[in-house]
Write a protein that binds this ligand. Structure first.
Ligand code: ZN
Length: 402
């Protein structure tokens, strides 16, 4: 997901939650009137699709393993290569696999009927080096649109993607005994107060290939906390995991299905907005991206009545688009037939690739397994919601005619 609160980085004010805003790039795209393709797929319980043997025993456990693997891969915006390469290996042999010049990865599984696209973005939040100090500290800025509210995640371990290979780093500022009385009084920090310490001299940084433009991602321990799986990049490796799982499960879809990993979503849905230029055309678009869970003490249930563990959310609108009421009704009916729980969600300060699919003529729906603590190194999911998303989409795409 993309956060739509725009702030200029670089000043203490930059780290305060700012007013809502739309980027010029995004606002420039206005949906025009166009005929809806309105395919009318029917749905009914059908023969189960072929399931990968590794998923046969315990689907939730298999999904957790998949999510763990994908979450740990580094894929900062603009450098999603490792995620795409891993998924490409998964998809080879399951249909036609292609990649566009901007990086979008496609798997085409031919079938009859309307052309259905299922998309998830591969990128994750990152920091990017804007300069290296004479002492070898890295001055950084966010690599994406979200410039973060105070406090930034001080002390967060980082994986610095140096040319010579990944190196550890930590987000630092003056702390403890070195703080002046004036610094102790400060309640806000700007990006100029933060730096990344890699424990190397400037010369060693240069030798390792750490330079202006080097990206880094959070590198927290990925762990189970009660029923939660907590770590980085659940936004949106959970969507990638759903598409990998679907590719394993789908054998004979009732639609002409294309799965896509898009790039550069977090800086303004760049990959999704380039789909048409890739020569791709679809009738229906499903986006799988994380939703929000409101079941924590500091979020009002009146604002976000969605809970972890209660199934994926069908999203009605976000900051940029209203989603297809017809598709919501069909997915809800499919879920009811297969006893899969779903929730309803209305989003603000949030946008997904979905707006760009709609603008390219697709009837579009966002299906969003909820997460807690989005855009943090401790994003938390209930894996059952992710597994249920894959199962719901498999049921929808595979069911035979009534
Ligand atoms: Zn996001």
């Amino acid at each position: 997901m993309t956060d739509f609160r725009e702030r200029e980085p670089g000043s203490p004010d930059a780290l305060r939650a700012g007013a809502e805003g739309r980027s010029g790039a995004d606002a420039a795209h206005r949906p025009g009137p166009r005929p809806s393709p309105r395919p009318a797929p029917s749905d009914a319980p059908g023969k189960p699709a072929a399931t990968d043997p590794t998923n046969a025993g315990d689907p939730a456990a298999a999904m957790e393993e998949l999510l763990r693997t994908l979450s740990l891969l580094p894929g900062p915006t603009g450098q999603e290569d490792e995620v795409l390469a891993w998924v490409r290996r998964e998809w080879e042999g399951r249909g036609e696999v292609t990649q566009s010049p901007v990086g979008n990865l496609y798997l085409h599984i031919p079938g009859p009927g309307p052309r259905v696209l299922l998309a998830a973005h591969a990128d994750e939040l990152s920091l990017i080096v804007r300069s290296v100090t004479a002492d070898g500290f890295l001055r950084v800025l966010p690599g994406e649109r979200d410039t973060f509210a105070f406090p930034y995640f001080l002390g967060a371990p980082l994986k610095v993607l140096a040319d010579s290979g990944p190196l550890p780093g930590v987000v630092a500022t003056t702390t403890g005994h070195a703080l002046t009385p004036e610094q102790r009084e400060r309640t806000k920090l700007g990006w100029d107060d933060l730096f990344v310490d890699v424990g190397l001299t400037a010369e060693e940084c240069a030798e390792r290939g750490i330079r202006v433009g080097t990206r880094m991602v959070w590198d927290p321990q990925l762990r189970r906390v009660g029923r939660l799986l907590v770590g980085k990049a659940m936004d949106n490796r959970l969507g990638c995991a759903v598409l990998v799982d679907l590719a394993r499960r789908l054998s004979k879809p009732r639609f002409d299905v294309t799965l896509a990993l898009t790039v550069q979503e977090e800086i303004g849905m760049v990959g999704a907005s380039s789909l048409a230029r890739d020569g791709r055309s679809f009738d229906v678009g499903f986006v799988i991206d994380n939703g929000l869970a409101g079941d924590i003490p500091t979020v009002s249930e009146a604002h976000v009545p969605v809970k972890l563990g209660a199934g994926p959310a069908l999203v009605h609108r976000d900051s940029s688009v209203h989603y297809s009421r017809r598709l919501i009704a069909e997915l809800r009916a499919t879920a009811a037939r297969h006893a899969i729980p779903v929730q309803d969600l209305v989003l603000f300060h949030y946008s997904s690739d979905g707006a760009h699919l709609a603008r390219q003529g697709m009837e579009t729906l966002l299906i969003a397994p909820p997460i807690r603590y989005s855009h943090s190194p401790f994003e938390a999911v209930d894996v059952r919601d992710v597994e249920a998303t894959a199962r719901l989409l498999e049921a929808y795409l595979s069911a035979g005619p009534a």
